[in-house]
Design a binder for this molecule. Sequence first.
Ligand code: 4NP
Length: 149
Amino acid sequence: MKKIIFVCLGNICRSPMAEMMMRDLISKSRLNDDIIVESRATSDYEIGNPPHPGALSELKKHNILVQEHHSEQITRNDFDTADLIIGMDHQNIDDLKRSAPSADVNKIHLAFESVNKNKVIEDPWYDHKFDRTYRQLAEVLPKWVDRLR
Ligand code: 4NP
């Protein structure tokens, strides 16, 4: 059993979208029993809050199963139990590397790492471009499924 945790700043836009899209992908690849998918925030800004309505409607538009979710900040236990910790942008990666126990730093990766090290899953918080978030995640998530196979 492998565990992957997607991380963004607030855990209400990008990382819950990544979590639910990844669950959809692993279920289609019949890997449900092999991979655990979760998501977390680097910040405490949105703790307890549900995903942004724009994120939920984008998921529904693509027939992705929307599950109950409330923002949680990443913890020491998450760093210990994850196999892969995937940040959406460079700020996420810097924040994660600063708070990770040194033994777990090598679990931290940028979502676009294997495609383009300079590319990021852009934050839809200000411009509400959730279609861009969906498109960018749809490009990178199959690569993480392959990595976990
Ligand atoms: P996310 O988006 O990191 O993709 O969940 C954001 C959510 C909240 C804030 C910023 C980005 N905020 O500043 O509260």
